[in-house]
Write a protein that binds this ligand. Structure first.
Ligand SMILES: *[C@@H]1O[C@H](CO)[C@@H](O)[C@H](O)[C@H]1NC(C)=O
Ligand SMILES: *[C@@H]1O[C@H](CO)[C@@H](O)[C@H](O)[C@H]1NC(C)=O
Ligand SMILES: *[C@@H]1O[C@H](CO)[C@@H](O)[C@H](O)[C@H]1NC(C)=O
Ligand SMILES: [Zn+2]
Length: 502
């Protein structure tokens, strides 16, 4: 509770100008806008990435073995690591204004973990506009997603000039594509192998999708270079939305993957729902409904489960500890889902075109969902950004933070919400806002500095509006170790290996 005089000082900006609304409405309808102020290619007021990663500037002209792909002519074949590297370099050479290549680190055997950014502003973050990502091939023998991502790159760069929707998407989004998080596992896998675990793990035998810190249970697995690279990456760039591509099933699986239940309960595979379950279901359905066949929910084999509408909660399918999507959501406020895109993990190359046809629309429409919900800036009274302000949507007990430019994004479905804002040195604040279907809500919030008494004691009320202090919420660090539901046995993951391998 705040004294009346203090509340009177609070300045709320919750401005959605009619003009902006009209423009935004077009945006949601996936029509391009002619207003260069809002939608001009490459927002040049953009803030730089700050040299987080060094971009790969190797010119293919100096590399005689380089691919020189014709527009739209990426073959439907599998590309090994060297071929993939050459393709990515050739693409950045051919589309220097739309792409940038960087590596987030190396695999255990020293292969680069390449990320290609596709955007009208590939080298710089666009102020106020979301960064999104796709990660493929985290399980090395699940190879379809890796090739789908190469084709997605090809499709995006070659459509920019002719397809207004793709132009709108790239003008307003930075799309980071990591085609292979497990290049070592891929190198140990075999085309034509639909099942089994050969190549699934990294070269040291670790399942990378069991290798992240876990919200519910202690994860004792030794951190691997590939997952360390991802943790570092998503701590530097705030991603709003993400998809991780897998194979071995045909379904979108959404958080949580793990469950607070005791070990014997977790065998029953009950749902483990997040406070953003409505949003996760919507994102999953966006993918499944735009897919050639996923939403039919047909089982891959008679012995496999079938999924209603082609989506499932992760834990309801089977619980697992140390998965990447729960980590993205809980630690970084990034809405990540798991995209299971093929019943056969490593089908023959001649089937790749069919997989691309089935997934192309899904992959695009899913990313566009980053433009749904609320977005804005948290500022001080002089208009300076408030970095790492801690935010929550009331009733959704998972926090997220502002970027160093004070930006925030949250995907939400139409409705009425309250944003809770807390930042060190400022008076906490609640702001009511509304989400409509047609366009994102722009919400700027100004925080008042807390009064400092003469002897220097800060008089900020101790975050009175929040059920629990954001600073100690699990979203900003590991779960407290007093949790008696912990599974220290590792049995879960062994079970996953034996029974479930998608
Ligand atoms: C919100 O703040 C940003 C950054 O200061 C500014 O560019 C933008 O115009 C503001 N938007 C509204 C709707 O006030
Ligand atoms: C090399 O990368 C930097 C970003 O680090 C970029 O600004 C520059 O334009 C690139 N140079 C070339 C020749 O592509
Ligand atoms: C890239 O953009 C610059 C500046 O707008 C332009 O001069 C150049 O022709 C573009 N290059 C390509 C390959 O489109
Ligand atoms: Zn998998």
């Amino acid at each position: 509770m705040q004294p009346v005089w203090l509340s009177a000082l609070l300045l709320v900006w919750c401005v959605v100008s009619p003009a902006a609304s009209a423009q935004q409405a077009e945006r949601r309808n996936f029509e391009p806008s002619s207003d260069p102020q809002l939608f001009g290619a490459g927002d040049r007021s953009a803030a730089p990435d700050g040299g987080l990663y060094s971009f790969d500037n190797l010119s293919v002209a100096q590399d005689p073995r380089a691919y020189r792909p014709d527009v739209g002519a990426l073959d439907f074949v599998y590309h090994n690591h060297d071929e993939m590297t050459r393709y990515l370099r050739a693409t950045t050479a051919r589309y220097p204004n739309l792409t940038a290549l960087y590596s987030i680190g190396k695999s255990a055997q020293g292969r680069d973990l390449w990320v290609l950014v596709v955007s009208a502003s590939p080298y710089e973050h666009m102020l106020g506009k979301p960064d999104v990502k796709y990660i493929g091939n985290i399980h090395g023998n699940e190879a379809v997603g890796r090739e789908l991502l190469l084709h997605l790159i090809q499709y995006l760069v070659s459509s920019y000039g002719s397809d207004p929707y793709i132009k709108w998407l790239l003008d307003n989004t930075r799309i980071h594509i990591l085609p292979s998080l497990n290049p070592d596992g891929y190198a140990a896998s075999k085309e034509g192998t639909c099942d089994g675990g050969q190549g699934r793990y990294n070269s040291r035998g670790f399942d990378l999708n069991r290798n992240f810190p876990d919200y519910f249970k202690q994860n004792n697995k030794r951190a691997q270079p590939e997952t360390e690279a991802v943790k570092d990456w998503i701590s530097k760039i705030q991603f709003v939305l993400s998809g991780s591509l897998h194979g071995g099933a045909l379904v979108v699986s959404y958080p949580y993957d793990n469950t607070p239940n005791a070990i014997f309960h977790s065998y029953l595979s009950q749902p483990s729902l997040t406070p953003d379950d409505d949003v996760f279901k919507h994102l999953s359905l966006t993918y499944a409904n735009n897919h050639g066949k996923m939403s039919r929910g047909v089982a891959c084999k008679t012995a496999s489960p079938s999924f209603e509408n082609g989506i499932t909660n992760g834990a309801a399918w089977y619980p697992l500890t140390g998965g990447m999507q729960d980590f993205n959501y809980v630690w970084h406020g990034c809405m990540e889902v798991t995209l299971e895109v093929s019943c056969c993990k490593f089908p023959p190359a001649y089937e790749l075109r069919k997989y691309w046809d089935d997934n192309q629309m899904s992959m695009i429409k899913f990313l566009a969902e980053a433009h749904r919900g609320v977005q804005g800036f948290i500022m001080d009274p002089t208009g300076n950004p408030v970095e790492r302000a801690q935010l929550k949507i009331k009733g959704r007990d998972i926090g997220f933070t502002t970027t160093k430019y004070g930006e925030f994004w949250r995907i939400l479905l139409p409705g009425v919400y309250k944003l809770e804002v807390y930042a060190d040195g400022y008076v906490p604040k609640d702001v009511d806002f509304m989400i409509v279907e047609q366009h994102p809500t722009l919400l700027n919030v100004t925080l008042q500095p807390s009064k400092v008494a003469e002897h220097g004691v800060v008089l900020t009320p101790p975050n009175p509006d929040l059920n629990r202090p954001l600073a100690s919420a699990p979203s900003f660090g590991p779960v407290a170790s007093s949790d008696d539901t912990r599974d220290n046995t590792g049995t879960n993951s062994n079970r996953d290996r034996l029974v479930f391998t998608s």
